[in-house]
Design a protein around this ligand. Structure first.
Ligand code: G
Ligand code: G
Ligand code: MN
Ligand code: NA
Length: 254
C-alpha cells in the first residue's frame, strides 16, 4: 500500500525519468536507435525497479497515465536530439497491453506526435505477445493504424508469452525482439542456441527484422551476426543511460 501511494505521488511530482539503451546494427556496428526505459527514484524509498512498479501500475490502473508520460517524454527527447543535429533512426517505447486495449490509444499517440513534433518515422512501439489475449481483431486494427502513420512496431520478449504463429502472421509488425532469456549463454547453451536460430529464420521468412536483447559478450554478438540477426542491444554496447551520456551512439554527431 505504501508503494501504491508513492506511485501516485511519483506521477504528480515527476519522480520518473527515462534512460535510453542503444540498438546496434550487427553487420557494421553502426548505431540504429534507442529503447526508452523508465526509472523511478522516490525521495524516501529510493530507486525502485520498473520490474516491480510497472506490474503494480498495471494492477492499480496507473499504467495509462505513466505510459503517456513515457511516450511524451521520449518524443520530446527525440525532438531535442534532432534539433541538436544528433540523428538516429528510431526511439522505441514500451507499450503495456492494457494501454493498447483502450480504444483511444491510437488517438493519444497521434496527438503526442503532433504536440511534441516528433516525426512518426522516428518512433517505434514495443508491444508484447500478450496484447493479443483480448480482442485480437481490435488490436490488429489499431496496430495497422499506427503502422500506417509511419510508426514501427516490434514484438518485445518474443517467445516468452502467449505466442501463436497464427497471430504472428496477422500482426502488422516490423521486428521481433529475441528475449534475453534466449540470448543467455549462447552459443554454449544448446537449447537457447537452437531457439535463437529458429527465431531468426522464422522472422526473416516473415520479412521481419530481428533484434537480440541482453547481448553481453562478443561471443554472443559473433554468433548472432553469423546467423543473420540484424540488430543487438545489451551491456556489451551500452547500459541504458541518461540522454547526455549517449553521444557515441548517434548516426551522426554534430
Ligand atoms: O529497464 P529494466 O530492465 O529494469 O526493465 C524492467 C522491465 O520493465 C522490463 O520488462 C521492461 O520492459 C519494463 N519497462 C521499462 N520501462 C518501461 C516502460 O516505459 N513501460 C513499460 N510498460 N514497461 C517498461
Ligand atoms: O522487457 P524489456 O525487453 O523491455 O526489458 C529490457 C530490460 O533488460 C531493461 O530493464 C534493461 O535494463 C535490461 N537489460 C538491457 N541490456 C541488458 C543486458 O545486456 N543484460 C541484462 N541482464 N539485462 C539487460
Ligand atoms: Mn522492451
Ligand atoms: Na525483453
Amino acid at each position: 500500500l505504501k508503494l501504491q501511494t508513492a506511485l501516485h505521488q511519483a506521477l504528480v511530482n515527476e519522480d520518473f525519468y527515462l534512460v535510453y539503451q542503444p540498438k546496434i546494427q550487427l553487420t557494421d556496428l553502426k548505431p540504429s536507435g534507442f529503447e526508452a526505459l523508465i526509472r523511478w527514484c522516490d525521495p524516501i524509498l529510493g530507486q525502485i525497479s520498473p520490474a516491480e512498479f510497472i506490474p503494480l501500475a498495471e494492477k492499480i490502473g496507473l499504467i495509462w497515465d505513466i505510459g503517456l508520460w513515457v511516450l511524451k517524454t521520449a518524443c520530446l527527447q527525440g525532438v531535442k536530439w534532432l534539433i541538436q543535429g544528433k540523428t538516429f533512426e528510431r526511439i522505441s517505447v514500451n507499450v503495456a497491453s492494457l494501454q493498447l486495449q483502450r480504444n483511444d490509444f491510437v488517438d493519444k499517440v497521434r496527438s503526442i506526435l503532433l504536440e511534441t513534433g516528433l516525426p512518426a518515422k522516428h518512433l517505434e512501439l514495443e508491444v508484447t505477445e500478450s496484447c493479443m489475449m483480448h480482442d485480437p481483431d481490435a488490436i490488429i486494427r489499431d496496430l495497422k493504424l499506427l503502422g500506417a502513420m509511419g510508426i514501427a512496431l516490434s514484438i518485445d520478449d518474443f517467445g516468452t508469452g502467449y505466442s501463436s504463429l497464427n497471430y504472428l502472421k496477422k500482426l502488422p509488425i516490423d521486428k521481433l525482439k529475441i528475449d534475453q532469456s534466449f540470448v543467455r549463454d549462447i552459443p554454449h547453451d544448446t537449447n537457447n542456441t537452437a531457439i535463437a536460430k529458429a527465431v531468426i529464420a522464422l522472422g526473416h521468412a516473415l520479412n521481419l527484422q530481428i533484434i537480440a536483447e541482453g547481448v553481453e559478450t562478443e561471443e554472443q554478438a559473433d554468433f548472432l551476426r553469423l546467423n543473420g540477426c540484424d540488430l543487438a542491444q545489451g551491456y556489451l554496447y551500452s547500459k541504458p543511460q541518461l540522454p547526455e551520456e549517449l553521444n557515441l551512439f548517434f548516426s551522426q554527431n554534430p
